[in-house]
Every structure is written in structure tokens, then in C-alpha cells.
Design a protein around this ligand. Structure first.
Ligand code: FAD
Ligand code: FES
Length: 256
């Protein structure tokens, strides 16, 4: 982990709610693994927003990283205002990321994304594909317009299944219900998921019931991001764990 001065290369509006930013940050790019995150200082020399913002490493090249972010409040708005050539502080890579070592026996990886949780899964899909693992993505959002970056997964030759709450694209309903319906057709698989806490807890319950391995990436509210404020604690079977230090990825069988 290192604090570096990144340079914004591109900041593209994908839709009403999503943007994609490329940042020149060679150290971060060379050290980031799938499922890790960075902290970005979105405004400098002002006190608001004071806090750094955690974002997943969505993609990377040898010398740059890409982040995919959803416009929510002050920090994400400040980020959307950044122009190419501008500098931005990047701290990272942080967190544990997804573990692939124990999964050498699986033939299929099922990736489940809720909303902007998809941002934590693209680098993972690239890594799994380079290991010749079959990748099936289940991605869910409220409406068709909020389903993003599907083509990027398709161009990696992942099988892509979509769900929307209003039924405007794919399965009508919850993405985990869609996945649960498909479990009988899946063999020798492990799940990797990122999204809202309620979705991850639903997957954890299913994993216990149906006996499959799952790694879940939590997006807890973070203040310091480095284990000082204790604001990101989540409850596991073994007690409280700091999401920024011990996570953001936890095994389903650890989740309450
Ligand atoms: C490890 C980690 C990785 C993350 N990766 C990404 C990513 O790749 N892309 C991305 O878009 N976001 C990601 N997030 C969430 C992102 O950090 C927040 O959306 C961001 O900090 C919001 O800042 P803001 O000032 O724009 O909004 P705020 O003013 O802080 O919040 C605006 C509204 O959004 C809600 N909100 C804010 N943060 C969250 C959250 N974490 N979960 C649910 N609701 C929230 C608030 O309750 C509020 O209603 C990640 C979070 C963590 C902890
Ligand atoms: S965000 Fe401060 S301890 Fe985790």
C-alpha cells in the first residue's frame, strides 16, 4: 500500500448514474489484485469532502487503474468533475481481495453483482479467464438503464445473465433469486459476489443450505479506510471484523 499522486487520464459519463475513470498510477496498477480497493481524495485543499472515498479497482493496465463509480453524493460528484490531466491522490491497493488458490478444483466461477457491485468483479473475471475457468455472471439492477458494463464481460467470453427489478431486461426480480433458480443446472462451481449487504447475506444463507463455496465483497461505510476509526466493523460468526483491514472479502461460512 502506498500514497501516490495519480493523473486522471479519462473520466467518462456512461449513463445518468455511472462514470468510468482511468488514472495513471503505475505503483497501484502493478500491485492491485482482483477484489482490492483504493482510497481517493476527491477534493484537495478544502475541508469538504474531508474523507477519502473507497472504490474497487475495476480494471488495470501496466501503469493505470480504472474505477467505475455510481454518482451518489458529494464525493462521487467531485470525482465526476475531474478533468484529464488533473492530479488525484490514490492510496492503495487496500484490502484482501478474492482468493483464487483454494479454487483450483472448480470448473465454473459464478459472479453475482448487485448494482455497482459489478465494479469489484471485472478484474476477477479477467483473472479467472486467464486461468481458463468458465465464468458466468449474474448481474442485477433496478432497471435496464442501470445494468452497466455488460459488454465488457461478454467480450471476455463470460456468460452474462441479467435481472431487473422492473423486468425491463432479463429476469424480472432479484438477481439472487434468479441465480438460486439456476443452481440445479450448475456443477462444480464457486460464487464470488459484490453488492448490497442484504444481497450478500442472502447468498451466504444459500451457500450454507446448498453447500457451495462463496466469497462475498462487502461495501461497508468507511471513514479512514486503514483500520484507525473502527467505523467499518461488520459482525461475523467469529466476532467483529474491520471491513477495511480483514475484508472487504469474507467467506460465506463466516457471515452471520
Ligand atoms: C471497499 C469498498 C469498495 C467500493 N467500491 C465502489 C465502486 O467500485 N464503485 C462505487 O460506485 N462505489 C463503491 N463503493 C461505495 C462508495 O465508496 C460510496 O458510494 C461513496 O463513498 C459515496 O460517497 P458520496 O460522498 O458520493 O455519497 P454520500 O454522500 O456518502 O452518500 C450518498 C447516499 O448514498 C448512500 N451510500 C453511500 N455509500 C454507500 C455504500 N457504501 N453503500 C450503500 N449506500 C451508500 C448514502 O447512504 C447516502 O444515501 C465502495 C465502498 C467500499 C467500502
Ligand atoms: S474505515 Fe476506519 S477502521 Fe475501517
Amino acid at each position: 500500500m502506498k500514497l501516490v499522486e495519480g493523473v486522471v487520464q479519462k473520466n467518462t459519463r456512461l449513463s445518468d448514474s455511472y462514470c468510468l475513470m482511468d488514472i495513471h498510477a503505475p505503483y497501484t496498477a502493478q500491485h492491485a489484485d482482483a477484489g482490492q480497493f483504493i482510497l481517493l481524495q476527491t477534493a484537495r485543499y478544502t475541508s469538504h469532502p474531508l474523507l477519502k472515498m473507497p472504490l474497487a479497482v475495476y480494471g488495470k493496465t501496466d501503469d493505470s487503474i480504472t474505477v467505475l463509480y455510481r454518482l451518489r453524493g458529494k464525493k462521487t460528484f467531485c470525482l465526476s468533475e475531474k478533468r484529464p490531466g488533473g492530479s488525484i491522490e490514490v492510496l492503495g491497493p487496500l484490502g484482501n481481495g478474492f482468493k483464487l488458490n483454494g479454487d483450483s478444483m472448480i470448473s465454473t466461477a459464478v459472479l453475482i453483482a448487485g448494482g455497482c457491485g459489478i465494479a469489484s468483479l471485472y478484474l476477477l473475471a479477467q483473472t479467472l479467464k486467464s486461468l481458463h475457468v468458465k465464468v458466468i455472471l449474474f448481474t442485477g439492477a433496478k432497471t435496464r438503464d442501470e445494468l452497466i458494463e455488460i459488454e465488457c464481460f461478454q467480450s471476455l467470453n463470460c456468460i452474462v445473465n441479467t435481472a431487473t427489478e422492473d423486468g425491463s431486461a432479463g429476469f424480472k426480480g432479484n438477481v439472487v433469486e434468479f441465480f438460486a433458480k439456476e443452481i440445479p443446472s450448475l456443477e462444480n462451481f464457486a460464487v464470488y459476489a459484490s453488492g448490497p449487504e442484504s444481497m450478500l447475506k442472502h447468498i451466504a444463507r444459500l451457500a450454507k443450505e446448498k453447500s457451495f463455496q462463496a466469497q462475498l465483497s462487502f461495501e461497508a461505510y468507511m471513514a479512514c479506510g486503514i483500520g484507525v476509526c473502527r467505523g467499518c466493523a461488520i459482525t461475523l460468526l467469529s466476532g467483529y471484523k474491520l471491513c477495511c483491514q480483514k475484508g472487504p472479502v469474507f467467506k460465506a461460512n463466516e457471515v452471520v
